[in-house]
Design a protein around this ligand. Structure first.
Ligand SMILES: [Zn+2]
Length: 278
């Protein structure tokens, strides 16, 4: 991908002084990320992934419990294909900037709606995967995570080594609730944070969409990082109308001048202008 260097929108945007100060002094920071952050690593959205062999399918035929009950091998193969596509993708400068913020903040929580595992691969540790992860597989009967399994040889998904039921991806399907413990952690973080960063999500899908509003209601500063206007734009305190791979490194550089981190291409001038050597 060469978008980071050829995109005319890659020019760094100025980071408001109050935002940089709020981040560097915050004790509790929560970040909420969505598909936009993944798209910058070339990970297609769920619908955009329905190409080629998969173009004739409707998401409801591939990502619901009833679809898995009817066509378990078809659903398994779809997720195997997506897992393979994600394996080829790499974390981008936005992922890395969130790792940097975690390192520099007393209490940090990253809640993501993405299932590609790129935040974990980038090095984020305090991480809640609200919709699960393509990288994990679990027993469809017991729910337990299974680390090792043989790839299917016939027209069935692999089976749980403990109970023999089919294995399934550890992701949240349509018609399924979010994992209660993950959602509770995210909501607790939202209610107690000083600053929330919402990046690459249109924040329209509940219950995750409620998190920025909960943070705002509890008195936190909320900043949106998104190249497009969203329903959240009118709610937040500050909008950075830019891709997260550009805006988040610029935000880190503005909050902690001279941190020597990992800015995206084109951000060096912003660091010079916004930072300044001691
Ligand atoms: Zn089992």
């Amino acid at each position: 991908m060469t978008r980071e260097t050829t995109d005319p929108a890659s020019t760094p945007i100025p980071i408001p002084r109050e935002l940089a100060a709020a981040l560097s002094s915050a004790r509790r920071v929560v970040a909420l990320t969505g598909a936009g952050v993944s798209a910058e690593s070339g990970v297609p959205t769920f619908r955009d992934a329905l190409t080629g062999l998969w173009a004739r399918f409707d998401p409801l035929e591939l990502a619901t419990p009833s679809a898995f009950a009817r066509h378990p091998k078809l659903v398994w193969d779809w997720y195997a294909a997506r897992r393979e596509a994600v394996r080829a993708a790499r974390p981008n400068a936005g992922h890395r900037a969130l790792v940097e913020i975690e390192r520099r903040t007393p209490s940090f929580l990253l809640a993501t709606q993405n299932v590609d595992g790129l935040h974990a691969r980038a090095g984020s540790r305090s991480l809640v995967e609200l919709h699960g992860s393509l990288a994990r597989v679990r027993c469809s009967r017991e729910g337990r995570i299974v680390d090792r399994f043989d790839e299917p040889q016939d027209d069935e998904p692999p089976r749980c080594p403990h109970c023999g039921a089919f294995l399934r991806p550890d992701v949240v399907w349509f018609e399924e609730p979010l994992p209660a413990d993950a959602l509770a952690r995210a909501e607790d973080g939202a209610r107690r944070c000083d600053l929330m960063i919402v990046a690459g999500t249109s924040a329209e899908v509940y219950p995750a969409a409620a998190l920025p509003r909960q943070a705002k209601a509890a008195g936190a500063m909320v900043v949106e990082v998104n190249p497009h206007e969203t329903p959240l734009s009118a709610v937040v305190d500050i909008v950075l109308r830019q891709r997260s791979g550009i805006a988040l490194p610029a935000l880190v550089a503005a909050a902690w001048p001279g941190h020597g981190g990992d800015p995206a291409p084109g951000v060096s001038s912003a660091r010079a202008a916004g930072g300044g050597a001691k």
